[in-house]
Design a protein around this ligand. Structure first.
Ligand SMILES: *[C@@H]1O[C@H](CO)[C@@H](O)[C@H](O)[C@H]1NC(C)=O
Ligand SMILES: *[C@@H]1O[C@H](CO)[C@@H](O)[C@H](O)[C@H]1NC(C)=O
Ligand SMILES: *[C@@H]1O[C@H](CO)[C@@H](O)[C@H](O)[C@H]1NC(C)=O
Ligand SMILES: *[C@@H]1O[C@H](CO)[C@@H](O)[C@H](O)[C@H]1NC(C)=O
Ligand SMILES: *[C@@H]1O[C@H](CO)[C@@H](O)[C@H](O)[C@H]1NC(C)=O
Ligand SMILES: *[C@@H]1O[C@H](CO)[C@@H](O)[C@H](O)[C@H]1NC(C)=O
Ligand SMILES: *[C@@H]1O[C@H](CO)[C@@H](O)[C@H](O)[C@H]1NC(C)=O
Ligand SMILES: *[C@@H]1O[C@H](CO)[C@@H](O)[C@H](O)[C@H]1NC(C)=O
Ligand SMILES: *[C@@H]1O[C@H](CO)[C@@H](O)[C@H](O)[C@H]1NC(C)=O
Ligand SMILES: *[C@@H]1O[C@H](CO)[C@@H](O)[C@H](O)[C@H]1NC(C)=O
Length: 442
């Protein structure tokens, strides 16, 4: 697509957008396909970056503060710029950030007097020190049923990083896309630039072969095939809770966490509450405890006493269905022979697990498709295991809701209203996260 047509569309959107926001039926989302990586079980999305625009795959990190892209080798763009250290933007990116000095040839990763950030890999918890950049980013749009051309965000702010920071992420990614609550996450920059709602939705795919979708800047509708089901209509909400203490490797005193916490108050198995020390579910002043959403872990991680209460209740409830536990497969603690399990349209027929929020009738129901993991091994062995893992006795966060429990559920992070919307399994509505229609164009 010629460059000038991006700008034409860009101005078109700027001038006509107020009408779109007032008419939710035509609300426009910025969209990006989400891929599941078979090896790491992590998720990535695709954006267009640089000039000329190049498709770029970035690790999806729902809790990160700012994005980063490996730029020490082959970063090739005519529009990148360093952010000067002596600038208001550098000040607002963080207090007392380091100022770069570099004696190599000038390049994206080498500059003097540039504002530097500490990009972090949230999976390995490794960090680097690298210059902050701006460059062109573009995302396609969708009005819920048809896709528009990519719209340009000319001064997208992110950090350069060394390629070594990519270790531990999916093979194909060249950086990280931050979706945290900071002012410089990808959705925050989209919302600030285009004056669209500070709201995004994630629908993670269950399979590596069919992408799911990230929908940025709109509260809905979000239409999914085959029935053109508007999944925004199914959302149930719980308030987002602020954790007063950040947990990144480099933190700044007094800065709250950019991760998304919710106030889960109990976990039910087949509708019956399990025994949990409720103080574990509250976020303490020092930032410990509570429940957060994370794309850095493939399975929900529970503090040991919560994990033990869940598995005990689950085994007990399953025995009423004549299910007998079999040999376990690491990292899981409860498995059943696949031959004993009946598969329903929401996965294996096992007891339900509910994450109960502010009242008994507000709960995120986890059916077999989200609670169980199928494991087949060479030389026999075909089991379904309960897809939760033991996080030990003193983890910082008591419940970290991970990827397996999010797939084929639509989650809406509504920062304007400081709430999380969740649908529970969309399989119940006869659709999946891979049924967003990317194909048709305006
Ligand atoms: C950068 O891109 C230009 C034009 O696309 C190309 O001519 C050049 O070889 C590229 N350089 C590198 C290092 O990839
Ligand atoms: C940074 O400044 C030093 C002199 O202070 C100079 O030698 C060096 O080449 C400069 N680096 C870049 C990337 O311009
Ligand atoms: C890497 O991504 C490219 C497209 O960006 C795709 O064609 C290729 O199959 C991917 N490789 C793996 C191992 O996922
Ligand atoms: C958030 O970022 C925008 C630019 O993207 C800037 O104009 C605004 O001042 C920032 N707000 C805060 C609170 O830092
Ligand atoms: C993912 O890996 C499993 C085995 O590890 C394999 O059976 C399956 O075909 C793979 N799927 C894709 C899309 O590569
Ligand atoms: C979380 O829920 C508990 C129990 O309903 C309540 O006492 C507490 O105030 C809530 N905390 C927040 C931060 O909303
Ligand atoms: C609940 O947990 C808190 C903090 O971990 C601990 O101080 C308290 O003794 C526990 N209460 C019970 C009844 O185990
Ligand atoms: C945070 O405070 C709680 C109780 O107030 C305490 O049990 C816990 O050990 C503290 N955690 C850290 C990391 O200091
Ligand atoms: C075990 O399950 C039965 C019903 O199947 C229930 O009545 C009982 O309370 C459960 N016991 C525990 C310890 O969860
Ligand atoms: C469990 O097995 C018993 C005895 O074989 C049978 O009577 C009962 O109906 C079974 N229950 C279920 C839920 O299949």
């Amino acid at each position: 697509m010629p460059f000038h047509s991006f700008f034409t569309f860009f101005f078109f959107i700027l001038f006509l957008y107020p009408f779109s926001i007032q008419s939710p039926a035509h609300a426009i989302s910025f969209v990006s396909p989400i891929q599941k990586d078979n090896a790491t079980l992590l998720y990535s999305l695709t954006v267009y970056l640089k000039t000329p625009l190049q498709p770029t795959r970035l690790h999806l990190d729902v809790g990160a503060s700012f994005s980063w892209v490996a730029c020490d080798a082959g970063y090739n763009s005519t529009t990148y710029q360093h952010i000067p250290w002596a600038s208001l933007l550098c000040d607002s990116l963080g207090h007392n950030l380091p100022c770069s000095v570099c004696f190599n040839a000038p390049s994206p990763s080498c500059a003097n007097d540039s504002c530097s950030l500490f990009p972090e890999n949230s999976v390995t918890r490794k960090i680097a020190l690298s210059p902050a950049l701006t460059d062109s980013l573009a995302l396609p749009t969708s009005d819920g049923s048809t896709q528009g051309p990519p719209i340009l965000l000319p001064g997208y702010i992110f950090s350069c990083s060394p390629s070594s920071l990519l270790e531990g992420l999916a093979n194909n990614v060249t950086g990280l896309a931050a979706f945290g609550r900071s002012n410089y996450s990808l959705p925050a920059q989209v919302s600030n630039t285009f004056s669209v709602p500070r709201c995004f939705a994630l629908c993670l795919p269950g399979s590596p072969s069919d992408p799911g979708v990230a929908l940025i800047g709109s509260v809905g509708p979000y239409y999914f095939s085959p029935q053109k089901t508007d999944l925004s209509k199914l959302l149930v909400y719980t308030p987002l809770v602020l954790n007063p203490v950040g947990s990144t490797v480099v933190t700044y005193a007094g800065e709250p966490s950019d991760e998304y916490y919710i106030n889960m108050t109990s976990i039910n198995v087949n509708g019956k509450p399990i025994q949990i020390n409720s103080s574990l579910l509250a976020v303490e002043e020092n930032g410990s405890g509570g429940t957060k959403i994370s794309t850095a872990v493939p399975y929900t991680v529970l503090e040991s006493s919560i994990y033990n209460a869940l598995t005990t209740a689950f085994v007990n409830e399953s025995s009423a269905l004549n299910l007998t536990v079999t040999d376990t497969v690491k990292p899981f603690g409860v498995c059943y022979s696949a031959a004993d399990i009946t598969v329903t349209r929401v996965g294996p027929g096992v007891p339900t697990v509910d994450f109960v929020m502010q009242s008994d009738n507000v709960f995120w129901r986890v059916f077999g498709s989200n609670s169980m993991v199928r494991i087949t091994r060479d030389g026999g062995g075909d089991v379904w295991c309960l897809g939760f893992v033991d996080g030990g006795v003193n983890p910082r966060t008591s419940v970290v809701i991970g990827g397996q429990q999010m797939v084929d559920n639509l989650l809406q992070f509504d920062l304007d209203n400081s709430r999380l919307g969740f649908t529970s399994s969309v399989l119940l509505k006869g659709t999946t996260c891979s049924n967003f229609n990317f194909a048709s164009t305006r």
